[in-house]
Design a protein around this ligand. Structure first.
Ligand SMILES: [Zn+2]
Ligand SMILES: [Zn+2]
Length: 136
C-alpha cells in the first residue's frame, strides 16, 4: 500500500496504486467535473456561430446563420407560430358594441378615460360594472 496526498482535498489516503492522485471521495467528483468539461467543450464546438456560413442539411443550400439555434436555411426552417394579433384576440374574446356619444363629448370622454389611466373601452366596462353594483 502507498500513502498518497489527494490533489483535490489534500487528505492523505492509502492506495494500492502509487499513481493515484485523488482520494476515493474526490475521485468521483473529479470524474464528474471531467465529464462536464468534456460535454461543454463538445457542445461549444458544435454550436453554430452567428453570421457564419452553414450548409442546410435538408436542401444543401448555403445560408447565413442569424441565430445560435438555427440549423436549416430560411426555406427549411419551419415558420414560428405568430402570436395572435390584438385584433384577432379581441375578435375571439370580445363582441363589439358601437356606442354613440353626444356631439363634442367624444374627446372629453377620451380625456377622462386617460386621466383615469383607462381606455374608453375599459372606462365604459368599469362604469357598467359600477352601475350594476349600484342598481341591483
Ligand atoms: Zn480528496
Ligand atoms: Zn434548406
Amino acid at each position: 500500500m502507498f500513502t498518497c496526498k489527494c490533489e483535490m482535498c489534500g487528505m492523505e489516503f492509502q492506495t494500492a496504486s502509487n499513481r493515484a492522485k485523488y482520494c476515493k471521495y474526490c475521485r468521483d467528483k473529479v470524474q464528474v467535473l471531467r465529464n462536464r468539461a468534456y460535454k461543454e467543450k463538445k457542445e461549444s464546438g458544435t454550436a453554430v456561430k452567428i453570421s457564419s456560413e452553414q450548409v442546410c442539411p435538408l436542401c444543401g443550400k448555403t445560408f447565413t446563420v442569424t441565430s445560435g439555434s438555427q440549423k436549416y436555411c430560411k426555406d427549411c426552417t419551419p415558420p414560428r407560430k405568430k402570436a395572435p394579433s390584438n385584433t384577432e384576440y379581441l375578435k375571439g374574446h370580445y363582441d363589439y358594441i358601437r356606442v354613440n356619444v353626444p356631439k363634442c363629448e367624444r374627446e372629453k370622454i377620451k380625456e377622462y378615460a386617460q386621466s383615469q389611466g383607462m381606455s374608453v373601452n375599459k372606462l365604459l366596462l368599469t362604469a357598467l360594472e359600477e352601475y350594476r353594483n349600484n342598481h341591483s
